[in-house]
Design a protein. Structure first.
Lengths: 118, 115
């Protein structure tokens, strides 16, 4: 298994400001993922963060709004830029550990960052 | 089109009884993986169980078992001997293809365990 930590765990921000969320993993991983969960909704993938290259964004998400850094194999940041109340969500980072057998494929999530934008 | 469908928005179950959470999926890939996660009110996503498309036996992890019916494209989660701590949102998710690490999530089912 993996130990994943996120900072901050929660924050309340003003409209128009930006917040950077950090994700730290206790093992080296090739890909890290950032998900958003809007209130009462399911999880939606924002982007895949690859070490040493640009992040890959899903449809509906752009780099200007959600810039991502991946400086090494255990760390990533997601910035929510120019925030509006619609950005109020839980943001979760996730990593995947392919196992030797199918039964060992596990994907783990960090504890999440609960963001409220006023 | 929805890749993962969870048709039960909410369910009530009596403590110590079993509950089945429905999940159907849609994919044209032969290789895929199915996951179930638990999300308590704290917001963390807790990995429960995994089923690979080529696994011949249903996955089991303690009180959790996955009823995998490949022809029907269903992967229902069974929680046996429910406990009050099982009250949470449960999400079914799928990873398609051998080279993809992205998960597609269903809408979730809220389970409330009654004493």
């Amino acid at each position: 298994s993996a130990v994943i930590s996120q900072k901050p765990s929660r924050d309340i921000c003003q409209r128009g400001t930006s917040l950077t969320i950090q994700c730290q993993v206790d093992s080296q991983v090739t890909m890290m993922f950032w998900y958003r969960q809007q209130p009462g909704q399911s999880l939606t993938l924002i982007a895949t963060a690859n070490q040493g290259s640009e992040a890959t964004y899903e449809s509906g998400f752009v780099i200007d709004k959600f810039p991502i850094s991946r400086p090494n194999l255990t760390f990533s940041t997601l910035t929510v830029s120019n925030m509006s109340p619609e950005d109020s969500s839980i943001y979760l980072c996730s990593v995947f550990f392919p196992g030797a057998g199918l039964a060992n494929n596990e994907q783990f999530f960090g504890p999440g960052t609960r963001l409220t934008v006023l | 089109a929805q890749k993962i469908t969870q048709t039960q928005p909410g369910m009530f179950v009596q403590e110590k009884e079993a509950v089945t959470l429905d999940c159907t999926y849609d994919t044209s890939d032969q290789s895929y993986g199915l996951f179930w996660y638990k999300q308590p009110s704290s917001g963390e996503m807790i990995f429960l169980i995994y089923q690979g498309s080529y696994d011949e036996q249903n996955a089991t992890e303690g009180r959790y078992s996955l009823n995998f019916q490949k022809a029907r494209k269903s992967a229902n989660l069974v929680i046996s001997a429910s406990q009050l701590g099982d009250s949470a949102m449960y999400f079914c998710a799928m990873r398609e293809g051998r080279d993809s690490d992205k998960l597609s999530f269903g809408a979730g089912t809220t389970v409330t365990v009654r004493a």
